[in-house]
Design a protein around this ligand. Structure first.
Ligand code: SAM
Ligand code: SF4
Length: 450
């Protein structure tokens, strides 16, 4: 008899793809995905520990699951991903109702470990990491293999091209929770994208912590290729309409990669280039290996190549030792670049990272004030930037349709709402005229052909 699995994903797009892979692996072990945590036979929390808040959310959900499990002792609970990797057997000590702690390199053997929890009747901890780790050549792509309620996007998929990170930014847990950087072979990636496209997928986002260093440390014996070469290979796949990628590290952003925005027609004019701070002193302590001047030079080169690019970034405020002057420099950078959007965070101490031991910790109050100042100004700039699209014609790809209209997305990744009826459906392209701009989305109309 089929069993129900409920998968809850926290954190980044990589976790989203990992959850999809886990769902697909479980389908070959007799599970279907369900939307109801309380009635599930197996609950998987695929976790994130990038900031303390992300980890707290996991812990509070585990607290709620403890109560549910006392009513339904047969329920199995698996904690996967970065919290699992970071906590290991400590997690079982704190949360003895957890059956499986599954590290980031171990998710591909999920079926075996679940079976082991049943065989032994005891919690299983699978958090081993190896320098010789290799991402399996074939990751599941089978649409049918996903349970009846798996809510996959109708035409968009993520493809993991590399795992781990070797950059050791002083504030970041990723190198510890996801291990050393390793790149899948171009051949495996192209094969995976092709399978998705054969199933009707039209848009692919290639994922890595630092895609710019793709190929430096290849998986097994595969011949390495550079990230720009990989983009060219993927873009040649017939039937693929849109290609995106994330994330890039400014120190490794090559002219060759910038040139791809000119040369590859399906590469969307959207770029996420995390800067983190506008102060050279802070960037140095963050171990980022670039200066503000380097960053601005790269941004200029990007816009020179692709003037319609929508540029977004990540910012950390309140890094240890960040002075009012340092923060003012971050605000200065915001004024100079005028990012289309940004993800901004209060610095959060993470266990084991270097910045934990730095002097000059900033109070929560100051961090909150700086974050509010940054976000308020970013919102104004985003609105102004979005206003520049009013009156322009944009090709959107339709994402969803309803009785009162439909919603699509531009190549720049802006959501566009249209309150007209269309016979077109998800994945269909349509040219619309933008007539209104909000902070986070646009409104458009189209002229029906008679
Ligand atoms: N690899 C990407 C990069 O280099 O930017 C993304 C890494 S992380 C998943 C996403 C963002 O979280 C980072 O860019 C950074 O702004 C933020 N972040 C990472 N560690 C943090 C910490 N300890 N406190 C606050 N924000 C953090
Ligand atoms: Fe973390 Fe830096 Fe690696 Fe990004 S590049 S994952 S911020 S260590």
């Amino acid at each position: 008899m089929l069993k129900n699995v409920f998968i809850k994903t926290f954190g980044c797009q990589m976790n989203e793809r990992d959850s999809e892979i886990m769902g697909q692996i479980l389908s070959s072990h007799g599970y279907v995905e369900c939307n109801d945590m309380e009635s599930a036979d197996l609950v998987i929390l695929n976790t994130c520990t990038i900031r303390a808040k992300a980890e707290q959310k996991v812990m509070s959900l585990l607290g709620a699951l403890r109560k549910i499990k006392t009513q339904r002792p047969g329920m199995k609970i698996c904690v996967a991903g970065c919290v699992a990797q970071q906590e290991g057997d400590h997690l079982i000590q704190r949360m003895p109702h957890v059956d499986l702690v599954l590290g980031t390199q171990n998710i591909y053997d999920l079926g075996t470990y679940i079976a082991r929890t049943t065989e032994t009747g005891r919690p299983v901890i699978a958090t081993g990491m190896s320098k010789a780790f290799q991402i399996p050549a074939f990751l599941p792509t089978d649409r049918e293999a996903i349970g009846s309620t798996g809510d996959l996007h109708p035409f968009r998929r993520f493809v993991t091209i590399m795992q781990g990170c070797d950059n050791y930014c002083s504030y970041c847990v990723v190198p510890y929770t996801r291990g050393r950087e390793i790149s899948r072979s171009a051949q495996d990636i192209v094969a995976e994208v092709r399978k998705f496209v054969d199933q009707g997928v039209k848009e692919i986002t290639l994922l890595g912590q630092n895609v710019n260093s793709y190929g430096r440390k290849p998986n097994g014996t595969a011949r390495p290729c550079s990230f720009p070469e990989l983009l060219h290979q993927v873009a040649e796949i017939r039937g693929l309409h849109r290609l995106r990628f994330t994330t890039s590290h400014p120190k490794d952003l090559s002219n060759e990669l910038i040139g791809c925005f000119r040369d590859i027609a399906i590469l969307c004019p959207q770029f996420h280039l995390p800067v983190q701070s506008g102060s050279d002193a802070v960037l140095k302590r963050m171990n980022r290996h670039y200066t503000v001047a380097d960053y601005l030079e790269r941004v200029e080169a990007l816009f020179a190549c692709r003037p319609d690019l929508a540029l977004t970034t990540d910012i950390i405020v309140g890094f240890p030792g960040e002075t009012d002057e340092d923060f003012a420099l971050t605000m200065d950078l915001l004024e100079r670049v005028r990012f289309h959007g940004s993800f901004s965070f209060k610095y959060s101490d993470r266990p084991g990272v270097r910045s934990c031991n730095f002097d000059g910790k900033i109070s929560e109050q100051v961090k909150s004030e700086r974050l509010a100042i940054f976000q308020r100004r970013q919102d104004e700039i985003s609105l102004e930037r979005n206003g520049a699209y009013v009156g322009s014609r944009q090709e959107i790809m339709i994402e969803s349709t309803g009785d009162s209209g439909f919603q699509g997305r531009t190549g720049t990744n802006h959501i566009v709402h249209v309150d007209q009826h269309t016979d077109l459906g998800p994945g269909d392209p349509l040219e619309v005229e933008i007539y209104h701009a909000g902070q986070h989305s646009l409104k458009g109309r189209f002229h029906p052909k008679h």
